[in-house]
Design a binder for this molecule. Structure first.
Ligand SMILES: [Cu+2]
Length: 333
């Protein structure tokens, strides 16, 4: 069974869904079948020769003393040269096309952070997630050129859209970008994107969705990505699923950080005041949660003296969302 993102595709490729796909697949299968052809030809001839002209007795003299065959050598140099030059020019042109985005792109942003994505639509000031699952979502209009500018808040990540046949490394301290266009026939379909550079424990959870919509739906007000749950608890749950679940469980088992179960309202919670700081006892209230999110190293849970949580600035978790998280935490008795 093929993994879900590959369904409708082949063992080697997911079903294609961008204007790059024909070119990438064409070149890929060209290289693949050239390789298969020469593998069979060369190992076949080798095997044939080894068996047919093997030495049958200890003292059998050599059948030939030839050391060169110019015609043969020129042939087996020139044909592969032509083939690899085709691969080079084809690949070079495709790489240039993918690197240089057209001038009329809609510009999105994606920020990678261990272990999740914050996806910003053009003009949006906060990231968008599926309100139910908390998965990051790109809404892209079909037929438009879309460019995504990436950055990383911590380590090296990668942004890959298998169905669109594009990916780019996401580096800390440097903007990178990629672009694609999804033809109109894919309106209504959903595709997946992944982090493609192993970035630690939660790497395999760094994925999200691309929903292909029509230009009219894209222009609608409110924009599809502007809807978030109005109920604070639901909003908090969405933020939790989007950003926190990878390190914090809600069932009491510790993961990278302490579980959220029973956290809110705890008295005499033991914390270090900073890395290497003295132990102190605090009450887990709104202020403590807020500080834990905005400035995690101010008070560090006793179980993890080395810290290990990066701050969440307002750009990634808004004040309203943080208030929602607090309401959500209160429900986790
Ligand atoms: Cu990653």
């Amino acid at each position: 069974m093929l993994p879900p993102f590959q369904q409708g595709g082949t063992v080697q490729m997911p079903a294609p869904a961008s204007t790059f796909a024909a070119d990438v697949d064409g070149l890929y299968y060209f290289i693949f079948w050239v390789s298969v052809f020469f593998f069979v030809l060369i190992t076949g001839l080798l095997g044939f020769a080894v068996i047919k002209w093997r030495r049958r007795t200890e003292d059998q003299p050599a059948a030939s003393t030839n050391t060169h065959n110019t015609v043969l050598e020129v042939t087996w140099t020139v044909i592969p040269l032509v083939l690899v030059m085709i691969m080079f020019v084809w690949g070079w042109k495709g790489a240039l096309n993918m690197t240089v985005a057209p001038g009329d792109c809609l510009q999105y942003q994606a920020t990678a952070k261990q272990w999740g994505w914050a996806v910003f639509h053009p003009g949006a000031t906060q990231p968008s997630y599926d309100p139910k699952t908390g998965r990051p979502v790109f809404y892209v209009p079909a037929g438009r050129n879309v460019k995504i500018v990436t950055r990383s808040d911590d380590v090296l990540h990668g942004l890959a859209f298998p169905a669109f046949r594009v990916k780019r490394d996401v580096l800390p301290g440097r903007y990178q970008s990629l672009w694609f266009r999804v033809p109109e026939e894919y309106i209504g379909q959903t595709f997946e994107f992944f982090c493609h550079a192993y970035c630690g424990k939660g790497h395999s959870e760094m994925w999200g969705e691309v929903r292909v919509i029509s230009q009219a739906d894209y222009d609608k007000s409110p924009r599809p990505w502007e809807t978030e749950p109005s109920d604070p608890k639901e909003l908090g749950e969405m933020v939790y699923k989007a950003n926190c679940f990878i390190c914090h469980t809600i069932d009491g088992t510790p993961r990278v950080g302490p579980s959220f179960k029973g956290l809110y309202g705890r008295t005499e919670r033991e914390v270090f005041l900073g890395v290497g700081g003295p132990l102190a006892k605090v009450t887990v209230d709104d202020e403590y949660i807020k500080e834990s999110v905005r400035n995690p190293n101010a008070k560090i849970a006793k179980e993890t003296p080395q810290g290990g949580m990066a701050p969440w600035p307002e750009q990634l978790v808004t004040e309203k969302q943080l208030a929602g998280v607090i309401e959500y935490l209160k429900t986790l008795k």
